[in-house]
Design a protein around this ligand. Structure first.
Ligand code: IMP
Ligand code: MG
Length: 174
């Protein structure tokens, strides 16, 4: 059976252009401040983090953290759960949390609160997408604002499907 691919919301080219701009902005903001830590939130941010990190012109290290909140597809379970902690200490480090998407803001707020208590030099947020209708929180480095729709591709999934699509597509209700 040939499955219809999700409709394109943001093309590969548009993503690449925006990633380049964000990486340039981060590189300029942290110039001369020493090594930054890019902390990717698994699994969704892995492709975005890979692309951003390769475009930076400043010293950086790559770390990951894993949380879980949407246990079954797109139905929020309510609580954010830490599945895998950062391996390195973040004390005294300039940390940038790299997320795929901010929806209600629950996940990013949970992470900011937890990480702040560990004494980093600074914490900023970088997200590819933001569904602005639910929270107007400011993201320090944002790719795109989108509407209230479920998106997949470029790291994002729907129940583990379509994570490796090269573009951002929209999942239409059946
Ligand atoms: P929040 O805690 O409500 O902000 O949700 C953020 C997390 O939910 C993200 O890190 C994603 O893993 C997941 N998520 C929210 N919306 C989408 C979507 O449209 N597609 C894929 N994952 C999503
Ligand atoms: Mg995520």
């Amino acid at each position: 059976m040939v499955r219809k691919l999700p409709e394109t919301l943001i093309s590969e080219e548009a993503i690449a252009k925006r990633v380049k701009e964000i990486a340039a902005q981060i590189s300029s903001d942290y110039e001369g401040k020493g090594e930054i830590m890019l902390l990717g939130v698994l699994k969704g941010a892995f492709i975005f983090l890979a692309d951003i990190s390769r475009r930076l012109t400043i010293p950086r290290s790559i770390e990951f953290i894993a949380v879980s909140n949407y246990e079954h597809g797109d139905v929020p379970s309510g609580a954010v759960r830490l599945v895998m902690d950062v391996r390195e200490s973040i004390e005294g480090r300039h940390v940038i949390i790299v997320e795929d998407i901010i929806d209600t803001g629950q996940t990013i707020h949970y992470l900011i609160d937890m990480l702040k208590s560990r004494g980093p030099a600074s914490i900023k947020t970088c997200a590819l997408l933001h569904k602005k209708h639910k929270t107007d929180m400011e993201v320090d480095y944002l790719g795109f604002s989108i509407g209230d729709e479920w998106v997949v591709g470029y790291g994002l999934d729907f129940a583990e499907h379509d994570r490796t699509l090269p573009y951002i597509g929209v999942v239409k209700p059946e």
